[in-house]
Write a protein that binds this ligand. Structure first.
Ligand SMILES: Nc1ncnc2c1ncn2[C@@H]1O[C@H](COP(=O)(O)OP(=O)(O)O)[C@@H](O)[C@H]1O
Ligand SMILES: [Mg+2]
Length: 372
């Protein structure tokens, strides 16, 4: 239960105690709120006392009479407005002139409730104020969170691009100054390393594009019956050159004609990522087993390797953007740290699931299930 503080500023004791009685056991709930709201009432018989209570108690809602003995309600409202408080003010007044009504609206009053009002009228006004406050605060919170995540994303991204750029710049300066002489042969290693860094940056940019398309919902999806055997064969062909270089064998085991409704490109991205990881984070002479089997209600894809493995504490971070596990074994392996987060998001599109089992130094198994 959430409690909202309600301050009643009115010189008539009957009104104050009446409101207290009506709202004492009243609660407001909406399907989209996790918890219901109830109300704690504070009372002030003048505008001056009202302002003190606003200062000390920070009420969420103020029910404000205009005709008060000292300063008028409209002046209290003006002060609340100037302080930019996160408070919703409802004017309760017997007869409001147009002039007061216009001013009150200008000073951001939420609404007017003419006196006398029935308990039901008060409750429905309180209900709409509560919903308004909840949504306003929720929106603010979400905007703040969104900005925070975007900021984190951009700072990691710029960091990831800075180090290869610095490296390439360094090599180019060495060449510009001809630091190791006139023979172009002496620069070959630097050129090779620069090209590797450029390849890394290109990979990062390609992953970023996949991610942006996914996140913006702008990716054109073409869902039709696709043969997983065929897609897997293509994905294996894609990683084969790397596997040969690393001396890693790929074993493939699947029935032919496992057809599911899906976007072929998305399935290929999922398989490419899992297979390339299984090869990249493997050992010389290691192997990768790709198994695909059809169950009654789902297709299960298993990618198993006997590579370097992942420690238990790192497993939970794997699907977060830019996660790269830094160890002696991964030092020279390049990557963007985006592959698995993209993979996870793609699998989510199918309401599927991805699980990881791993033992350091023994190997890793990723299991993807896609409901059919
Ligand atoms: N099969 C695997 N075996 C061991 N570590 C893995 C495996 N797959 C992923 N990882 C670890 O998870 C990290 C994140 O993977 P990924 O998101 O694909 O990014 P990238 O491969 O670009 O670094 C990798 O950097 C690696 O440390
Ligand atoms: Mg990867």
């Amino acid at each position: 239960m959430n409690t909202l503080k309600v301050l009643v500023v009115d010189d008539e004791p009957g009104i104050r105690s009446g409101i207290e009685r009506i709202l004492r056991n009243y609660t407001v709930g909406f399907p989209f709120m996790a918890e219901d709201f109830n109300f704690r009432i504070y009372e002030a018989e003048t505008g001056e006392i009202g302002l003190e209570l606003i200062e000390s108690e920070n009420p969420d809602i103020v029910l404000l009479d205009n005709k008060l003995p000292g300063i008028q309600g409209i002046e209290v409202l003006e002060k609340i407005n100037k302080k930019k408080l996160d408070t919703a003010v409802m004017m309760i007044t017997s007869y409001a002139s147009l002039d007061i009504a216009v001013k009150a609206t200008n000073f951001g009053a939420f609404n007017f409730v003419p006196k006398p009002f029935t308990p039901q009228e008060l409750k429905s006004s309180i209900e709409s104020i509560t919903k308004h406050l909840f949504l306003k605060r929720m929106t603010k919170e979400m905007n703040k969170e969104g900005k925070q995540i975007r900021f984190q994303f951009l700072s990691v991204l710029s960091h990831e691009l800075k180090s290869p750029l610095n490296a390439i710049e360094g090599y180019l300066k060495i060449m510009q100054d001809k630091q190791v002489g006139d023979n172009l042969e002496h620069y070959m290693a630097m050129i090779d390393r620069s090209l590797i860094r450029i390849k890394g940056m290109r990979g990062l940019i390609m992953d970023m594009l996949d991610l942006t398309k996914l996140e913006s919902g702008k990716k054109n999806r073409e869902i039709k019956s696709v043969d997983l055997h065929e897609i897997a064969t293509t994905a294996i062909h894609t990683v084969e050159p790397l596997a040969i270089q690393q001396n890693v064998a790929i074993n493939f085991n699947a029935e032919e004609n496992i057809c599911i409704p899906a976007d072929a490109d998305e399935l290929e991205i999922i398989l490419n990522n899992l297979l390339s990881n299984a090869v990249k984070y493997n050992k010389n002479g290691g192997h990768v087993d790709l198994n695909i089997c059809q169950k009654t209600d789902k297709v299960v894809i298993k990618v198993k390797d006997n590579g370097i493995g992942i420690s238990q504490e790192n497993i939970s971070k794997l699907f977060t953007e830019f996660t790269r596990i830094k160890t002696e074994q991964t030092r020279d392996i390049s990557g963007s740290g985006l592959g698995l987060s993209i993979t996870k998001k793609m699998i989510d599109l199918y309401n599927g699931q991805i699980d990881v089992q791993s033992q350091p130094d023994e190997g890793t198994e990723f299991t993807v299930s896609l409901p059919v």
